[in-house]
Every structure is written in C-alpha cells, then in structure tokens.
Write a protein that binds this ligand. Sequence first.
Ligand SMILES: Cc1ncc(COP(=O)(O)O)c(C=O)c1O
Length: 396
Amino acid sequence: MDINKIKNAEAKHYMPVFSRDSLVLERGEGNCLYDINGNKYVDFVAGIATNILGYNHSEYTEAVCNQVKKLMHVSNHYYTAIQSQYITRLCEASGFPRVFLCNSGAEANECAIKLARRYFKNHGGDKTILYAEGSFHGRTLATLTVTGNTAQHERYSPLPQGFDSFKYNDFDDFKRKLTDNVGAVILETIQGERGVRPFSNDFLANAYALCKSKGVLFIVDEVQTGMGRTGTLFSFEHFGIKPDIITMAKGIAGGIPMGACLASEEVGTAFSRGDHGSTFGGNALACAAADKVLEILQSGLLTKGAAMGAYLGERLAHLSKYNFITDIRGLGLMRGIELCDKVPATEFESKLRDKGYLVNVAGNNTLRLIPPLTITKAEIDGLIAALDEVCATTHV
Ligand SMILES: Cc1ncc(COP(=O)(O)O)c(C=O)c1O
C-alpha cells in the first residue's frame, strides 16, 4: 500500500482536525505495533492509554471473537446476560453500586454532568459545576465547557451555562470559588492531556473534605487514570477519597469503544426512566470485551501493571541529570517527562520513533508514557536505553 495514497485520501476526505504522524500502522502483537513496511515499534502510547492488554492478547481476542459470533448488539430495551455479568463485576470491583454504560470518555462525562444536574433538581434547584483550569474532559459541548482551554471555548461559543473554573492545584482559589451556588466539582487527579500533571495530595484531600462538608458532589474523571493505569484500579484510591461519581472509558474495553459513569446509590438513582440513554452503550460486544479486560486485571494484571509502573518510575529517575529535562512526574504506567523550551518534545518523539519506540507529546512540551499494562521490564529497559541515547546527543 502506497503511503502517499493513504495520506492523500485523508487530506481530501477527512475533516481536517488531526495532526497525524507519518506512520501507517498495520497490525499489533504483544506490546508492539508494525507499520506497512514491516517496521516494529514498542508502543508507549497504547492508543492513548486504551490498549491496556496490548495487541492480539489471546484470551481477550478469543472472548471478543466468540461474542461477535454469538450476539453483538441489541437495543437496551432488552436484557443481555453479558451486560448483567459485566455490570455486576464492575460495580463489585469499583465499590460504586450504580453504572450507566456509553461509548466514550466525553459521553461518560456528559452523563456525569447530566446526572449531577438531575441530582441538584431533586435537591432544591439549579447549581453550578466547578472544573479545573488545564483540565480535559472531552469534546461534546458540555464537556468542552468543563475543559479548561479558553481558545477552544472561544471557537465554540456560546457555551452551555452553569459552569465555573478554579486554578489548578490552588486551594485558596478553590475555596473562593466553592460558593453556595456550586453543586459539584469535576477534576482529573492527574491531568493527562495537560502533560501528566498531578494535583497534590494536599489539594485533593482538602478539596474533597471541603466538598463533603458542604454537600458538594465530587466527580473524578478516571477516563485516562482508571483501569489500573496508575497502579490501582482507579487513581482516586491513592488519595484516600471516595468520589460520588467517577467516569471511565479508554482502557475499559481494551480498544472496543466504551465508557462508563459510576455513582453512589444516592446520586446514581437521581435519573428516572427516559432521562438518559444510548443506542450502542453497553452492547453485548463492548460488555464481553470489558468483562474480559476486568477479569484479566483482577486475575493478576493489576498487580503486574503496578509493579511495571513502579519499575518505570525508578528507571526514569536518572534522566533528571540532563539539564534540559525540567520535570519527571506521574504515577504507575502514566509518566510525563517535561523538557525545557529549547528542546522540542516533538523532536524527541520522532527520534525515539526512529529507534523503534512510540511515545507522544502532551501538554507543555512533555513526553507522555502510557504503555499497555502488559509492558515488560525488557521493553521498559529498551525505552530507557533509547531515551539515554537521544539525551546524550541533545545539547542546549
Ligand atoms: C481525562 C479525559 N477525559 C475525557 C476524555 C475524552 O475521552 P474520549 O476521547 O473517549 O471522548 C479524555 C480523552 O483523552 C481524557 O483524557
């Protein structure tokens, strides 16, 4: 297949929203991708934290193929045994008794916003929702509104009403903004798209305690940080907090589109029949995939992924000796390496690609590492060696 033909078709027909790498990927095996010329890449992007089992994972592939042959989709007007099996497993594993299944992270957050608003209506009237500057929650109009990106806000105004922002990691500002009009707060514990930027433990503990004391709902977007990414099933577990609502997507079904909004019994029953819905959400195929992913996590991968995450953290630490590396941060298998302005992270990205490693750039000149949870020590060692080689030939 001619790469130019592929690029031309995209240029001619696809709406011009993506900046794509000049790479045509054809197949995956284990934690590696192969392009149309047969070149192999160890994948530290994983479809942006989505392919948590890597590629062609035998147990997962078998479960998905079997479900395709049996039943892929029926309307949510009917029950399926696989959806029932999955929601039971998910609710038991997460400790949240109520779930709504959808198809993406944006939809999961849209559901969380609608659920919070419905809850406010049931408890005395309209309230606003606070979000963090620098956040990313999706691209529907409501989730774009709670995404802290003013350039995007200007492009799509007028935006839905009833939202306000607070400064990232600034508890004084948070306290000021948490007026009696606020009914809910939404945040990511680690802002992935902003370059793997974690909130401090203190901020999260204080913000959570204040919300609890005022009866304000605490919503954590676990779309990128969930499914074992940070070493626990959900990232909020690191901070001793228990949100009222969490949202999930990306790795939830190992690459098949799915999202979920989970809630406490009190909040999760704020919707009544007909208040929300989705044609594809929670269909048999997505549930079979998600059920297998969660089963695999529960039978050892969560622990193994946590160990690999700790190992990756240890192996990255020595890079701080390079004067152009300004920060190394993150948790588990979600790490960011921030470079100084004089060294474009995109150059590192392409040099690493030439050495057979895929990483991507997020936020402020930061290399983001979010590999499959099945990543091995040898693959991490290989990336570190490649990073060292690139660093050794970089001078500022
Ligand atoms: C934290 C977070 N929330 C929401 C989303 C949106 O997810 P989706 O692209 O599946 O709509 C993303 C996507 O990157 C994300 O990282």
